[in-house]
Design a protein around this ligand. Structure first.
Ligand code: FE2
Length: 484
């Protein structure tokens, strides 16, 4: 505990050894000097002056306060004081101030508070990752900029194609601006391959002072030219391949360095983002595999019947357009796309002679053709699709009045997805050539669905389809290998 005595002129009359130790001042340097001058900060000086004045005037006694004391080295110490009036015999009254150094306590309180802030910010980021679909990274950037001192945050996705490195750079700046740069760089370039190898070798690169890097760091000049003082980069490596890097920057003109807790926070955010990017990349891969599989499967029918393959592709294009027009969810649209590309896959079980037979088919042949819905269902139900693809295909020839096949389902028993494919199927079929007849043309096709709107076909689906052709200039796409 340090003691300091102050007389009525606010001059220091005595201090103890601990005060000397704490402040670095010797007794002779302090005694006779203004007590208030030892404090730092205007507010503290004013406050201490008022406390001492009130005590001398008898308005108050035994006052507790906090103020900062300036040491001889110019360091600030935070002190908790108790000030009391001491009257001893014939000596003039003085105020005895007893002080305890609370600097460390305050610092650790501040540190705990800061750590709690950082932890709650991390939780907020984790929540965004888990629950938000759109603009995920933009929201995270906003949290980053409001939590710590950081100038830029970048997510770079890498893709290696032949000798080139494709980079998608998503950049988020402090001012809320975001940008996407797409770059193709040759991986034979020395600095590019050095960056790639460095990222591959290190999960985390932390450079707090770029100017202190030695020249073996090949992009030092580039960083200096771009005014980057500090950066932390976390790389995403899957099976020895570089997929992404997340970089946090501090620019030269920023007047504060990162504190230890900032660095720790940045690395934690980097790891959260890296895991999310890994999920996104793996999801994209699975989606691509599924799309490739669906397209391959769809074209398998080509071997049996050239009409069916291009028919499915065109039906898919129209069905997806109708679904979008009807504002269906992304999930439903995806299911419609997949199901329509495969809706006639069951025809691979129908003899080719029947499928490509010119002229009218007989009842027996027609009953065989009808089986393709069930065959398609049997094939597709073995595949673990996200949506009810097999069932949608099963129902694509059903009509809302129950006149369809194979089960004669009615209105509510039929999936909306199947109703959309049913309309698209009829329109496409009537607009195209068939072995047994010429193309009937768009007018006849639209007249057909309009005539049976609300009878065989769902009214909303027909309306959306008519709207596409009549008002949106929609047309069926040309498909490679198309025989029309
Ligand atoms: Fe069909």
């Amino acid at each position: 505990m340090s003691f300091i005595k102050t007389n009525k002129d606010y001059k220091t009359t005595s201090i103890n050894n601990y005060f000397e130790f704490l402040t670095g001042f010797k007794k002779e340097e302090v005694i006779g000097k203004d007590t208030i001058e030892l404090m730092s900060g205007k507010e503290y000086k004013k406050n201490i002056y008022n406390i001492l004045k009130n005590i001398f005037e008898g308005k108050n006694n035994d006052v507790y306060s906090e103020s900062s004391l300036l040491t001889k080295d110019g360091e600030e110490k935070l002190i908790a004081w108790k000030d009391s009036l001491v009257v001893t015999g014939e000596m003039e009254p003085v105020i005895l101030s007893i002080g305890i150094d609370i600097t460390e306590k305050k610092k650790s309180e501040k540190k705990i508070k800061r750590n709690l802030e950082l932890e709650s910010s991390l939780n907020e980021i984790r929540n965004i990752i888990e629950f938000r679909d759109f603009d995920k990274f933009k929201s995270i950037a906003e949290i980053l900029f409001s939590t710590i001192n950081i100038d830029r945050f970048e997510i770079i996705e890498y893709e290696t194609k032949l000798n080139n490195f494709h980079r998608d750079i998503y950049e988020y700046s402090k001012d809320g601006k975001t940008s996407l740069k797409k770059e193709i760089v040759s991986s034979t370039s020395e600095s590019i391959s050095w960056v790639k190898n460095t990222l591959l070798k290190n999960n985390t690169i932390e450079v707090l002072n770029v100017s202190k890097l030695d020249s073996s760091f090949k992009i030092k000049d580039f960083l200096l030219r771009n005014n980057i003082r500090s950066f932390i980069t976390i790389s995403l490596i899957i099976k020895n391949e570089l997929y992404a890097a997340i970089t946090f920057n501090l620019f030269d003109n920023n007047d504060k360095d990162w504190l230890e807790c900032d660095i720790e926070y940045i690395k934690k955010v980097g790891i959260i983002l890296k895991n999310e990017l890994r999920n996104i990349i793996q999801f994209k891969k699975v989606e691509k595999t599924l799309n490739d599989t669906v397209n391959t499967l769809s074209s398998v029918v080509q071997m049996r019947d050239a009409y069916t393959s291009s028919h499915q592709m065109r039906v898919s294009n129209l069905a997806v357009s109708i679904a979008k027009k009807m504002n269906l969810s992304d999930e439903k649209i995806k299911n419609i796309e997949v199901a329509s590309k495969l809706h006639d896959i069951g025809k691979i079980n129908i003899p080719g002679e029947i499928l490509s037979k010119p002229g009218k088919i007989n009842d027996l042949e027609f009953s065989l053709i009808k089986e393709h819905c069930k065959y398609g269902y049997n094939i597709l139900q073995k595949i673990d699709f996200e949506g009810p693809i097999a069932e949608i295909v099963y129902q694509h020839h059903e009509r809302i009045d129950g006149s369809g096949y194979p089960r004669g389902l009615k209105n509510k028993e039929i999936l909306l997805e199947s109703k959309i494919i049913a309309v698209s199927d009829v329109v496409e079929a009537m607009m195209s050539h068939r072995p047994y007849r010429k193309a009937l043309g768009i007018k006849k096709a639209l007249k057909e669905i309009d005539e049976f709107s609300g009878i065989k076909f769902d009214k909303d689906v027909v309306d959306a389809c008519l709207d596409l052709f009549n008002n949106d200039n929609y047309n069926l796409p040309k498909i490679n290998g198309d025989f029309n």
